[in-house]
Design a protein around this ligand. Structure first.
Ligand SMILES: Cc1ncc(COP(=O)(O)O)c(C=O)c1O
Length: 351
């Protein structure tokens, strides 16, 4: 099969306001290789491709982890990244959990900042609803045939301008409870950001789409009783002035969710992380999905096809007041319009 090279879009052809959450070729990516116990100096590449050993553990045994972050162009013309240290730490946990070499904080930071700076012209302008998605990627690149950790690792950071993850943007979406497909097991890799979880989630996503919904709502895979997460986003609900989010051994600890807990506390809500029984769905005032890609996406309807039921929120077709307040505060911090009292953002300095 011939691989088609994706040409760089002339900038004037990019319609920032209608960008999908998809891949667009940018100018450069950065790469480093771990061999003999050390990481090489960061290299800049203008290629979207790389030669990979046919027996690389990343290809065969899923020895792979990734991260998802964004760079935001503010109204003040400054470019900010959000809580990068948490992404660095999470990638280190993913590496540890799959026996890979860890990328140290400083190298992670250097690679992310360099990838953003080198692709400055692809950072979507303020007010378009788009941002520059940053994708750090780590995988076993050394050849092995037995199931064992690789002796070599590759770390790459590339970027792509993206629009909202859900085409509805900050408008209510429909999701569906999927019981016959699990993305992760309680003592498996659900808390890590590793590729295998996402391959395992494709069946649930396809099922949700077949039901006319944007995403699957996964339940805990052991008892099918408690709410895990929503596709590639965490679940939260609002009830009785409380922000409630799932506690589970098989969900990804979302950095957005962690931030929303602080912001919810700041606006006087109680906050709690606990197992959420599926039967509670009918008691919630607001329900949302949160994540770097999803930001906050209000849930308008949850379908339960196995019980021929559906739960409805946002009855006037609009996000609830608490979700709206949290959304405005979070996005305001990311774009530099709301005071960043926790020092979550870092302004990228362009010379
Ligand atoms: C499975 C899953 N859950 C939750 C999230 C949200 O995490 P974060 O807020 O750190 O982007 C993501 C996205 O990274 C994800 O892939």
């Amino acid at each position: 099969m011939l691989l088609k090279t994706i040409e760089i879009e002339p900038m004037e052809n990019i319609n920032w306001g209608t960008l999908p959450f998809g891949y667009l070729k940018t100018d450069f990516n950065v790469r480093t290789v771990y061999k003999n116990g050390q990481w090489s100096k960061l290299e800049v590449s203008d290629s979207e491709f790389m030669p990979v050993h046919i027996s690389a553990t990343g290809l065969h045994y899923g020895q792979e982890a990734f991260e998802g972050m964004k760079a935001y162009m503010g109204k003040d013309g400054k470019v900010r990244i959000f809580r990068w240290i948490e992404n660095a730490k999470r990638m280190q946990r993913s590496a540890k959990g799959t026996f890979m070499a860890e990328v140290p904080d400083e190298l992670f930071h250097e690679a992310v900042v360099k990838a953003v700076k080198l692709n400055k012209r692809f950072i979507p302008p303020y007010g378009t609803g788009a941002a520059l998605y940053i994708r750090p990627l780590l995988f076993g690149s050394g050849g092995e045939i037995g199931v064992k950790p690789s002796s070599e690792y590759t770390f790459i950071v590339f970027v792509s301008p993206v629009g909202p993850y859900f085409k509805e943007g900050f408008n209510p979406v429909k999701i569906a409870i999927v019981r016959d497909s699990d993305r992760a097991a309680p003592q498996g890799t659900g808390t890590l950001k590793v590729g295998g979880n996402y391959a395992a989630s494709l069946r649930g996503i396809a099922k949700a789409h077949d039901l006319g919904c944007s995403s699957p709502l996964y339940l805990d895979s052991k008892e099918k009783k408690y709410i895990d997460e929503i596709g590639a986003a965490n679940f939260f609900a609002i009830k009785d002035n409380t922000y409630i989010t799932s506690k589970s051994e098989s969900i990804l600890p979302s950095i957005t969710n962690m931030s929303l807990i602080d912001l919810a506390n700041d606006i006087g809500l109680k906050t709690i992380r606990r197992p959420i029984d599926i039967n509670e769905l009918e008691t919630f005032e607001e329900v949302g999905a949160c994540g770097t890609a999803a930001i906050i996406t209000p849930i308008g309807e949850i379908k339960d096809p196995d019980n021929n039921k559906s739960y409805n929120y946002c009855k006037n077709g609009k996000p609830g007041p608490v979700s709206l307040k949290l959304y405005e505060t979070l996005v305001g911090i990311q774009y530099g319009e709301v005071a960043d009292k926790y020092n979550w953002t870092e302004v990228i300095e362009f010379e």
